[in-house]
Design a protein around this ligand. Structure first.
Ligand SMILES: Nc1nc2c(ncn2[C@@H]2O[C@H](COP(=O)(O)OP(=O)(O)OP(=O)(O)O)[C@@H](O)[C@H]2O)c(=O)[nH]1
Ligand SMILES: [Mg+2]
Length: 411
């Protein structure tokens, strides 16, 4: 009898009064019945929110723990080194919208950056255009033409396209949301499925819907190369399905490589197991954002900084001489390395010697600047050749293996 009393008492205490429909918040002196009910509803709502917060925190903690145990890899390298193109097959799903968008932008008119900037300003302000932009665009009837252009290009603003601040000829898309927007692009079927639609009206609806919301149908003319540079940071997550590393969570972070973006890299150095550093041997090219700076020299300086970073002292550094196809074509065209790199001297101007020469340079920087000894790993790749993705996976596997060794205190 005694114990029954105790348990019923316990039940009473554990039952949450806020959740009981009958609970009226305990009527307080000077409180009307209605006020008490309102207070009870507010308390119930607050309790619901608090439970939701607890559950979100729990989920976040779980995700953090999963991430902590996963392999974190950072893709680094100057702008246009091929970091995005250098994505493993696991991101195949993203390639389709990305590929389509890049083709659209590669067909984008000359001085596309300025046009995008101008139209975006107009799009936001809906006001008069600055005079210098009117002159730049050299339009006879600026306002009417711009209004038409703005309407036509509106799908691009919808996906968040913008002008790259440090290069007027380029456009970029910030973050990763645009991929979702392109994927979610509503199909005309939502309109045409309704039986009352005739074939003709269905066709018309379909073309109107597609034209209104699909950037694909917007940009089909004009002809200058533009590309999408990464602005900000993108993280890709995949799980190894096969092999000794099966079920390993891998997080690959891709950053923007242009000079103005590099300051944003440091927070991602923390806790990273491997850096995949892309350095095309572009000895005869200069940076887009700093036209006097030789690309290869910039890559070497960047590599030296990465090697000497104390935050990255424990990370594996894996170097990729990407765009080997470009190097082959450059050498085949008779471009001489010694014209750009005087120290190259009279060495043969063939792919093997050139690669070996620069590999030694990178190796020396790596050895001299690493805060503690670590292996030098270097691969020659061409990211447009799908087979080279196997090399990237070697890098990932190597990192997983070394992480296991480190966790077992074997390194
Ligand atoms: N020929 C050739 N082109 C490549 C190769 N790898 C990448 N590209 C091209 O080089 C251009 C730049 O590549 P991205 O992957 O966007 O460069 P990124 O390093 O991500 O550049 P940012 O985002 O500005 O840091 C794209 O047009 C790629 O298709 C390669 O191995 N060979
Ligand atoms: Mg990129």
């Amino acid at each position: 009898m005694k114990s029954k009393d105790k348990s019923s008492q316990k039940d009473d205490l554990s039952a949450n009064p806020f959740l009981s429909k009958q609970w009226n918040g305990g009527v307080r002196p000077n409180e009307t019945e209605e006020e008490a009910q309102l207070r009870a509803r507010q308390l119930q709502e607050a309790h619901k929110i608090s439970k939701q917060i607890d559950s979100n925190l729990h989920e976040a903690r779980k995700a953090m723990e999963k991430r902590r145990k996963g392999v974190k890899i950072l893709l680094l390298g100057q702008s246009e080194s091929g970091k995005r193109a250098f994505s493993p097959k696991a991101f195949e799903g993203e390639r389709q919208p990305f590929g389509r968008l890049s083709i659209q932008l590669n067909n984008y008119p000359r001085r596309s950056g300025i046009i995008v900037e101008t139209l975006a300003q107009d799009w936001e302000s809906n006001g008069a255009l600055p005079l210098e932009h009117q002159q730049t665009l050299r339009l006879t009837d600026q306002r009417a033409k711009l209004r038409r252009l703005r309407l036509t290009l509106s799908p691009l603003f919808f996906i968040g396209i913008q002008h790259c601040k440090d290069n007027c000829r380029e456009v970029c898309v910030r973050g990763t949301e645009w991929k979702g927007l392109l994927k979610r692009r509503p199909r005309a079927s939502s309109v045409s499925d309704a039986p009352e639609y005739s074939l003709a009206s269905r066709r018309r609806s379909q073309s109107v819907v597609n034209q209104e919301i699909d950037p694909t149908s917007v940009l089909c003319a004009d002809i200058v190369r533009a590309r999408i540079r990464t602005v900000g940071v993108e993280e890709h997550h995949f799980v190894f399905e096969k092999g000794a590393e099966s079920n390993a969570d891998v997080y690959i972070t891709d950053v923007g490589g242009s000079r103005s973006q590099r300051a944003t890299w440091v927070p991602y150095f923390d806790d990273v197991q491997a850096i995949l550093f892309l350095a095309p041997l572009a000895f005869n090219q200069t940076l887009e954002e700093a036209v006097r700076v030789n690309r290869l020299e910039d890559s070497m300086m960047l590599w030296r900084e990465i090697c000497s970073s104390k935050l990255l002292a424990k990370a594996n550094l894996i170097l990729f001489f990407n765009k080997m196809d470009v190097l082959q074509a450059t050498l085949a065209a008779g471009v001489e390395v010694r014209r750009y790199v005087p120290t190259y001297g009279d060495l043969p101007n063939d792919e093997q010697t050139v690669t070996k020469y620069f590999k030694e340079k990178f190796r020396t920087y790596h050895r001299r600047n690493s805060p503690q000894p670590r292996p030098f790993m270097c691969y020659e790749t061409s990211a447009i050749d799908i087979n080279s993705m196997a090399v990237l996976l070697i890098g990932v596997r190597e990192s997983i293996l070394r992480q296991h060794l480190r966790e077992g205190d074997m390194l």
